[in-house]
Design a protein around this ligand. Structure first.
Ligand SMILES: Nc1ncnc2c1ncn2[C@@H]1O[C@H](COP(=O)(O)OP(=O)(O)O)[C@@H](O)[C@H]1O
Ligand SMILES: Cc1ncsc1CCOP(=O)(O)O
Ligand SMILES: [Mg+2]
Length: 254
């Protein structure tokens, strides 16, 4: 992991527009802010064009989508694709309803830079029967293969998260082994990772390297934030992100 990228994000302060779910919006906004990014979470589609023009990157999270938010997603996607802004899709519980399936299909038709999902969400988008349990992943076989297959099928980068995270561009798939078993217990860590990776995609390096860096860094912060008490994890995570710089992280994660 190139630790100077930690400083670079804080220097750039990328503006990340997130179409968010109402459950985790505040938690995601605070993670972006602590990491040195500027969150913006609009809800009215009338202002989508202007706000997307301002953004360095976009996240579309379908966790609590309704018809108003589907109109917002349409408008954000139109401007983001026209202006070639990085787009991250978080396909929360995509296999759980027909509405989510068709919405995600229409988003993918327009094109995204990265899909970040758990093993069941990525299995579904790879065309494999998944064991999803609502927002949670079931037990999926061969996650590295699923990440690669999904990237090939959907023509974009994929991060399949879980006990091990897999980053794939359809040809190369790398593993990130950090993290903490507390992370799946905190609702919204996946949403945080998706939005955080949007900001990383504004770094002036290859998109694959940016996503790999962001996934490793997020996992390492998550691991350091685990001091044995679940209730402390979120506060620790924000503090570590806020205080991180290339000097304090020197030599980590090579
Ligand atoms: N068992 C685990 N051990 C370590 N890290 C985990 C574990 N499960 C999830 N994570 C981490 O939690 C974050 C969210 O991943 P995940 O729980 O798969 O997403 P989602 O919340 O969308 O289901 C990722 O950074 C991932 O690495
Ligand atoms: C509880 C819940 N219900 C719909 S979206 C959501 C949050 C999902 O967050 P994550 O995918 O990061 O666990
Ligand atoms: Mg999720």
């Amino acid at each position: 992991m190139k630790t100077n990228l930690i400083d670079q994000i804080k220097a750039q302060r990328p503006l990340v527009l997130v179409v968010t779910n109402f459950i985790t919006a505040g938690a995601v906004a605070n993670v972006l802010s602590a990491a040195g990014m500027s969150p913006m979470m609009p809800s009215d589609f009338h202002e989508a064009t202007e706000l997307t023009q301002l953004a360095d990157a976009v996240t579309i999270n379908i966790g609590s989508v309704d018809s108003d938010q589907a109109a917002l997603i349409d408008a954000v996607m139109a401007t983001a694709t026209q202006l070639s802004k990085p787009i991250v899709l978080d396909p929360v519980a995509v296999s759980a309803s027909q509405a989510r399936q068709s919405l995600v299909q229409s988003i993918l038709k327009k094109g995204v830079t990265l899909i970040r999902g758990n093993a069941s969400e990525i299995a579904y988008l790879a065309g494999i029967q998944s064991q999803a349990r609502g927002i949670d992943a079931g037990d999926e076989n061969n996650p590295a293969y699923l990440a690669q297959l999904c990237a090939q099928k959907q023509h974009c980068l994929v991060v399949l998260s879980g006990p091990i995270d897999y980053v794939s561009d359809g040809k190369t798939t790398v593993e990130c082994t950090m993290g903490s078993p507390m992370m799946p217990k905190i609702v919204g860590t996946g949403d945080m990772l998706s939005a955080f990776l949007s900001g990383c995609l504004s770094l002036p390096i290859s998109q694959f390297e940016a996503v790999k860096f962001g996934t490793e860094y997020f996992g390492q912060v998550g691991q350091r934030a685990d001091t044995g008490k679940l209730g402390d994890w979120s506060a620790n995570f924000l503090t570590i992100l806020d205080q991180a710089n290339s000097k304090s992280w020197k030599g980590v994660g090579k």
